[in-house]
Design a binder for this molecule. Structure first.
Ligand code: ZN
Length: 219
């Protein structure tokens, strides 16, 4: 069981849904079509507050992906964008850590990305704040990631192909959503490798949110 912090309250995390290719420039750097793709990380991948992460078994190449992360306060199926927007109870900054070599192998084999995306600790997240704090004006949110203090990724929610209400509406067509579900909303360009011991720091300056994490050496 994973517990998340939302405005001083504790919330039990549900399913972790994630969107890929939600920023056109990142889709280009991956030579992938700019059409969002959906995958799921196990709840046990969450690392609230960040910290140390065991190196994923069988991988030699882990990439950072900084992302805005949503926490649902309501659920349902086939939500309209208005209702989907109201279902968002919190937003955080997080990192969708990806074993890129395992993901490339899976893509070639037409196999699922589960091993590449789901290892323990592969989803560090900060505390969550209520969207009323920014009047649900999603385009105002920025996000960035540094590695050992050096800038690696910088973006704005204004560049998302699907904004958060549309993301939740889309997911609710394919999955039944429930309160506590967590949604990773995709990463801007600039993804890259992170070595053991390097300090990743993901931040959303607009909301004064940050989370730090580092990988332990391979066993
Ligand atoms: Zn991602």
């Amino acid at each position: 069981m994973k517990e998340l912090q939302l405005e001083g309250r504790t919330v039990r995390a549900g399913t972790v849904l994630a969107l890929g290719r939600n920023y056109a420039a990142h889709a280009r750097e991956m030579n992938a079509p700019a059409e969002p793709v959906v995958f799921i990380k196990p709840t046990t991948a969450l690392l609230p507050g960040g910290g140390a992460i065991a190196w994923p078994e069988g991988s030699q190449l882990v990439h950072h992906e900084v992302e805005l992360v949503l926490l649902l306060g309501a659920g349902g199926v086939r939500l309209e964008p208005d209702a989907a927007g109201r279902a968002i109870a919190g937003v955080a900054i997080g990192i969708d850590l990806t074993a890129r070599d395992l993901q490339s192998q899976a893509k070639k084999a037409g196999a699922p990305w589960a091993r590449a995306k789901g290892f323990p600790g592969s989803a560090p997240v900060s505390r969550f704040v209520a969207p009323e704090r920014f009047d649900r004006d999603w385009a105002r949110l920025d996000l960035d990631l540094t590695v050992d203090g050096a800038p690696r990724q910088q973006g704005s929610a204004a560049s998302m192909l699907l904004d958060p209400p549309r993301i939740v509406a889309l997911l609710s067509r394919w999955f039944e959503l429930v309160p506590g579900d967590v949604v990773f909303t995709g990463t801007p360009e600039g993804v890259g490798p992170v070595r053991p011991g390097q300090r990743m720091r993901a931040a959303c300056r607009t909301l004064d949110l940050a989370v730090e994490a580092h990988l332990a050496p391979p066993p």
